[in-house]
Design a protein around this ligand. Structure first.
Ligand code: HEM
Length: 120
């Protein structure tokens, strides 16, 4: 099993990648980009791999903490599901791109706050 530090780097770097993909898609739509575009496969594939690695890193961290499935972990999983679905929301509602831009920051801040404060 890998160390806590390695899982944390995996978790965080994968999340950087996830937010990179979502931010790129928002800017694409702000530029009036089409629903289908040449780099779409690259974006969707990268996003899927980053989401998977963020999940692996998150559960690796949980195993290393030895705390088990506490309530805040369920909140993290719920957030992970919301972020996973958010890519299609960005594509479906391109007119809301400016809102998406800030919602993404709020989602990131929520993930960090839940992990740090473990409020429940
Ligand atoms: C399957 C979903 C997830 C699981 C199981 C999970 C689990 C964890 C665990 C166990 C930690 C370590 C907490 C500690 O060291 O005390 C952590 C840290 C962190 N998680 Fe997640 N997480 C998930 C999804 C997310 C998502 C979606 C985000 C962002 C939107 C996120 C952001 C963070 C951040 C920023 C940290 C580092 C906090 C610190 O510095 O200690 N996580 N996560």
């Amino acid at each position: 099993m890998l160390s806590y530090q390695v899982y944390k780097i995996l978790h965080l770097v994968s999340l950087f990648g996830v937010f990179m993909c979502l931010g790129a898609l928002v800017i694409h739509h702000m530029n009036g980009g089409a629903k289908h575009f040449p780099a779409r496969m690259w974006l969707v594939l990268s996003f899927t791999i980053f989401m998977f690695l963020a999940f692996v890193g998150g559960f690796g961290l949980m195993a290393r903490l030895g705390s088990g499935m506490q309530t805040w972990i369920y909140a993290k999983i719920a957030l992970w599901l919301v972020i996973g679905a958010y890519m299609s929301l960005i594509a479906r509602k391109p007119d809301w791109s400016k809102v998406h831009w800030f919602v993404l920051l709020v989602l990131g801040a929520t993930g960090a706050s839940v992990a740090l404060y473990k409020p429940f």
